[in-house]
Design a protein around this ligand. Sequence first.
Ligand code: HSE
Length: 403
Amino acid sequence: MIQVAVMGYGTIGSGVVEILERNRKKIAEAVKEEVHVKYVLDLREFPGSPVENKIVHDFSVIEADPEISMVVETMGGLNPAYKFVKACLEAGKHVATSNKALVAAYGTELLQIAASRNVNFFFEASVGGGIPIIRPLYTSLAGEEIQEITGILNGTTNYILTKMDKEKATFESALREAQELGYAERNPEADVEGHDTCRKIAILTAMATGHEVDYQEIYTEGITGITDVDFRYADSMGTSIKLFGSSRMEEGMVHAWVAPVMIGPSHPLYSVSDVYNGILVKGNMLGTAMFYGSGAGKLPTASAVVADMIEALTSKGHAVMGWDDNRLKLDHMKGSRSRFFVRIKGTAQERQEEAREVFGPIQVIELEHLDEFAVITEVMTEEEYENKAACLQGIRQRIRAEI
Ligand code: HSE
């Protein structure tokens, strides 16, 4: 019998315990031994729950128990998760985590400690919830030069944007629903300001390139500036607005960014709605592959943690995956190229020529009952856009457009 510990009995941690019980037979077959949860670390008590008698409040009980060979970290946040995970790896225990903040901030160091102790530090659940994406990058796609990863990587914001698009819901009511459904981070700012997506695209970029990525260098724009008026325009054009995390390797440069993007129905990520995530991976031999599934939520995310547990418990020592500490140089957002959707104060009749002089060829969109119009520009760099836009008064909104 293999004894494991779960640190953090919140949404994901309780999901892991539930899956280990519900799929007990299947998991025992895969591991070739029964997997038993010996401890659950949490500040709270859970009277009447299945883990009532396993709760410990003192981490050192887990750290010091030689019977525990595998620890699951589903606490979230950096403190005390970092300290505890590091101590577990140093004590020669495998760790599986769903904590993208931890992986983005300390992944390099934790991977190195795991390698030095011949154990595994796995984090499939940290990106894309239940969707296999980390493991495919170092197994199935190991022989590819990855040229692009673009994804809808945050279930909460995708849920909000879908509700605003399809049901004309307000931002606030859609966020509340996402929180009630257990998709949102403890602090919703991490979702809606794009920080969660930023950490996920940092992890994917590090996996794809094999080098450490400083997530703080990634240009990050959330969805708090997207309004019902933007969706009225999107609706009239048959487009939608999604929050993308993207990393594009072009001519030796890597552009990584997080921003809302207007896309049309022919874009492969167009129909990724609600809490679902979708991730496009472009390899130099493969072409484009798409990974799609439940990007957040208790059981899907816990399922990825359990898969990591099985791999760790059946692997012979340390699996070669992750990245080195040779930090990747990211290029400035200003050099990345796209079209732009721009809303301008005034009527198209009065101002479209002025907009054309500034931006060059444009497509003009007018809606009834608005004191403004919108244009779609040609493809240009962010820097070119900013220089041009500085010459035009009354710009109310600008969204990258891949249509
Ligand atoms: N808050 C995250 C999301 C949870 O909505 O995608 C899963 O990482």
